[in-house]
Ligand binder design. Structure first.
Ligand code: 5CA
Ligand code: ZN
Length: 409
């Protein structure tokens, strides 16, 4: 699959700082020190509806991670998937009497347009589940022959007992895992499983549903977690720097993914660091396609909202916080964008050398974007109140907002 076009990232004077970030697996802060090429996998959309503010907030967080790395003069190797075959996609296609492939393609196209408008850096590899099936099947076969998977009425399940470090990503107890498994695509109550938490690796063909050649597995379609493992191992290998997604993916998705990969390779860890973004809510409930309480990026764009204002609305919240979308959030972002644009449109202004370092430090400190915005607010206020004589300052502020925050002024 192709990704979307990259917006240019201006180089800033000096050098950025290493990112200190909250790691879900250890529950504490770690300093990321990737090699010259930093490797990141971020879980992509299931394309059965348009990109909403929650998705955008999560992708914004991982865009910032990459901008910090680029500022330290590293290259970034970024991989993202598209879950273009899964139960919710098929259910929506049936509900709307639409072909599931047409639905997936349309929503993926819209997602690319939204990401481009928001200046999110594209992945080098944007990979669909369907195109990955030839990579997934041999992995499931290997898990079976290693005794880490078993068959149940034609379906293949992963045995969580095969990974001695199962549980290390989420740190949850068995009861909490069971509840989340039932809520998020698992089937803990299916009789015959070795452990109720065991997730499906390969679902045998169901009448009326699409299926693919599974070689020795028989016709069917892949489970959700093995999809991301196959794509990550193919393009990044074990021990990549960051596995990212929203906090709704901590369990079971990222826990199971880590276990699949560890059982497959005998190596630990799958990802060095697990980073999760908070959930965006609307009207008091998590914004989700299944609930339908959505604010779509594409709808706001159609209504004439500047994508840079949407980006500022996202940046005004710390990535780990759960927050609520309201009209006031957008109004404030629109006003901030206007203030910043007015401030950088003057020929000179107060020196911005210290500001670059403040923004760098705020982001290096667990991606504290609200603090970065406050720093630019102060520069803009000083520009309005007293002005200044530094001719390079407005340009430097523009480049800083663009390079580190993805905001084009
Ligand atoms: N395709 C899978 C991941 S492999 C999936 O979770 N797709 S999704 O379309 O449901 O979500 C895409 C990304 O947005 C995931 O990282 C998810 O954690 C995140 N996300 C979903 N809803 C929200 C929300 N309300 N707030 C913040 N992030 C969200
Ligand atoms: Zn995933």
């Amino acid at each position: 699959m192709h990704a979307w076009p990259a917006s240019e990232v201006p180089a800033l004077p000096g050098s950025g700082r290493d990112l200190r970030i909250h790691d879900t697996a250890t529950g504490g802060r770690v300093t990321l020190v990737p090699g010259p090429v930093a490797r990141i996998y971020v879980c992509g959309i299931t394309p059965y509806d348009a990109t909403h503010m929650g998705h955008a907030a999560t992708y914004n967080a991982f865009d910032l991670v990459q901008r910090v790395w680029l500022d330290t003069k590293r290259q970034v190797h970024y991989v993202q998937n598209v879950t273009d075959i899964d139960d919710p996609l098929l259910e929506r296609a049936v509900r709307d009497g639409e072909d599931w492939t047409a639905l997936a393609e349309r929503e993926t196209t819209l997602f690319r347009e939204d990401m481009t408008a928001l200046r999110m850096l594209p992945p080098q590899h944007y990979v669909g589940a369907v195109e990955s099936i030839p990579k997934i099947v041999p992995l499931v076969e290997r898990l079976l022959s290693a005794g880490a998977a078993y068959e149940l009425e034609g379906d293949i399940y992963f045995s969580v007992a095969a990974d001695p470090s199962f549980g290390a990503v989420s740190g949850l107890d068995a009861e909490a895992m069971r509840l989340l498994s039932a809520e998020r695509g698992g089937d803990p109550d299916r009789p015959g499983k070795k452990n109720p938490l065991d997730p499906m690796l390969w679902m045998s063909a169901r009448p009326g549903e699409p299926s693919w050649d599974g070689a020795s597995l028989g016709p069917g379609r892949p489970g959700w977690h093995i999809e991301c493992v196959a794509i990550a191992l193919d393009h990044l290998g074990m021990g990549f720097d960051v596995q990212g997604g929203g906090s709704d993916l901590v369990f079971p998705h990222h826990e199971m993914g880590a276990s699949h990969a560890q059982a497959l390779t005998g190596e630990h860890p799958f990802a060095k660091t697990y980073v999760h973004a908070g959930m965006v809510a609307l009207d008091g409930e998590k914004m989700s396609k299944s609930r339908g309480n959505l604010v779509f990026i594409s709808k706001l764009r159609r209504d004439g909202v500047d994508p840079a204002a949407i980006r500022l609305a996202l940046l005004a919240h710390h990535y780990r916080a759960d927050w609520e979308w309201t009209d006031a959030v957008l109004t404030e972002a629109v006003e901030r964008l206007a203030r910043w644009r007015a401030a950088v449109s003057r020929p000179d202004g107060p020196s911005a050398d210290a500001l670059v370092e403040e923004v760098r430090e705020a982001l290096a400190d667990d991606l504290d974007a609200p603090r970065a915005l406050a720093a630019i607010d102060r520069w803009a206020a000083a520009q309005t109140a007293d002005g200044g004589t530094d001719e390079g300052a407005p340009g430097l502020v523009s480049r800083t907002a663009d390079a580190l925050l993805g905001v084009a002024l």
